[in-house]
Design a protein around this ligand. Structure first.
Ligand SMILES: Cc1cc2nc3c(=O)[nH]c(=O)nc-3n(C[C@H](O)[C@H](O)[C@H](O)COP(=O)(O)O)c2cc1C
Ligand code: SF4
Length: 437
């Protein structure tokens, strides 16, 4: 891979992130904060939705759904709507929403208030991952400051609350999140009806990711045409990439969509420590299939990554160097998905359990000749047969490592040992490296 040096960040949601005290209302307003909310409040809701639709903004929570279309569905559904900020962020490798809420809580709040106005919501809920203490503190302080300043209550008479999540990955799935808000065990609901029509207490509910909402003030202030000058025609705007694993400079980087994966890793991440070769990359959080070193020239857009056999998902990029055992990666991630499956659907509940059991025995040198066939059968049975996307997500690391690194699996089974650990003399269990800053 060549070093480029040409890549740069394009801060939209992260604009001003290094300004001291930007998490406080006075500083945020001095930098132009809440002017977009004023502009939006001077417009009718359909006009605001028109701008967001024209901008081409899509959801940054993983599903890439068009934001304007979702807002319109909520606005048109009968009943008093609630808007929800989804700050549950529990996908391994993803730490972008945490940084946004910790450093720019007023931008998240401003985007959420514009969304609430656009769907005529009477309530706004900020739903935060249980372990995110500083993010919770900063979002609460932002809500208090906005209330004291008259932004909440004066400019916008709506009820704003913060909900601390119980700390399970499934709580971020929008219908499980709604169950949690209703005081129930967080298990996904069947869809349809979608939350836009029937969500919290059976009323229209808008659920948007933190980063999605943080894009909204800039779009309203600068216009849809400006936003479309960023990114590509089919994927406008930027994404915040959480870069981790075997890179010199892990962290969050905001780049235009369409940036090359290799440029992100080399140009901003500084490449692999020790200049070791890259073996594999997860481009969109652990729910996205792994890519190999031969696929690093891919553009970071949803369509290009789908063509490459993966997905952009949460844009959490995890780099693995040549000392990584990919069976170990799959086994480690299977433990996460086994533990996080809510157990409501049989294929996901039993499949994630079996994935972990089989992968662990292969990794421990006790694999059986028909184990790969069994793994493939489970990979075949889960997708499309589960209520939510966690089932499909659990399949991604197993199916993609089997596809690209089958020889590594076979050596584990035939020789009862790890070829990678032996070759590189990596001590102990070679667990994958996932940094969370
Ligand atoms: C298991 C699971 C966990 C999820 N966790 C989150 C999360 O933490 N944050 C988030 O924004 N979306 C999460 N999602 C996606 C949400 O269901 C939903 O699509 C998203 O919040 C919609 O917001 P957006 O359109 O702005 O992306 C998760 C989905 C699944 C299946
Ligand atoms: S797919 Fe898995 S996590 Fe999702 S509802 Fe079914 S059992 Fe629960």
């Amino acid at each position: 891979m060549t070093r480029t040096g040409s890549i740069h960040e394009t801060p939209v949601v992260r604009a001003g992130i290094t300004i001291p005290g930007i998490h406080r209302l006075a500083t945020y307003r001095a930098e132009g904060g809440y002017q977009a909310l004023r502009q939006a409040l001077a417009m009718d809701p359909p006009e605001v939705i028109g701008i967001v639709t024209d901008s081409g903004l899509t959801g940054r929570g993983g599903a890439n759904f068009p934001t304007g279309r979702k807002w319109r569905a909520v606005l048109e559904a009968p009943g008093a709507a609630t808007a929800v900020v989804n700050g549950d962020e529990s996908e391994p490798g993803s730490f972008k929403d945490r940084e946004m809420m910790e450093t720019l809580p007023h931008r998240v709040l401003e985007g959420a208030l514009i969304a609430a106005h656009a769907v005529r919501a009477t309530a706004l809920v900020v739903f935060i991952r249980g372990e995110y203490d500083l993010a919770r503190e900063r979002m609460l302080a932002a809500i208090d400051e906005a209330r004291a300043d008259g932004i909440i209550g004066g400019w916008m008479p709506l009820d704003v609350t913060l909900h601390r999540s119980a700390g399970a990955y499934i709580c971020g799935e929008e219908t499980a999140l709604i169950e949690a808000l209703e005081g129930e065990r967080p298990m996904p609901r069947g869809k349809p009806p979608y939350p836009a029509v029937s969500g919290l207490h059976g009323l229209p509910t808008l659920v948007n990711n933190v980063e999605t909402l943080a894009n909204v003030p800039a779009i309203v202030a600068r216009g849809a045409a400006w936003y479309r000058t960023l990114g590509t025609p089919d994927a406008p705007g930027t994404r915040v990439f959480s870069l981790s694993g075997n890179v010199r400079h892990p962290g969050n980087y905001e780049c235009v969509l369409g940036t090359r994966l290799s440029d992100l890793i080399e140009g901003l991440g500084g490449g692999v420590p020790g200049d070791r070769p890259i073996k594999a990359v997860i481009p969109g959080g652990t729910s996205s299939p792994v890519l190999t070193a031969r696929q690093l020239d891919v553009a970071l857009t949803p369509a290009a990554l789908t063509r490459a056999g993966s997905m952009l998902g949460t844009a959490a990029v995890i780099v693995y160097d040549d000392t990584t055992c990919m069976v170990d990666v799959a086994a480690n991630l299977s433990l996460f998905y086994r533990d996080e499956s809510c157990g409501k659907c049989t294929p996901c509940r039993e499949g994630t359990f079996l994935f972990h059991a089989i992968l662990t025995r292969i990794e421990n040198g006790l694999g059986r000749p028909d184990d790969l066939e069994r793994l493939e059968q489970i990979c075949h049975y889960i997708p499309g047969e589960s209520l939510c996307a966690l089932g499909d997500a659990a399949v991604a690391p197993v199916a993609s490592t089997l596809k690209h690194f089958r020889g590594e699996y076979l050596t584990h089974i035939r020789e009862g040992r790890c070829p990678v650990r032996r070759q590189h003399e990596v001590a102990g269990q070679c667990f994958p490296v996932i940094h969370a800053t």
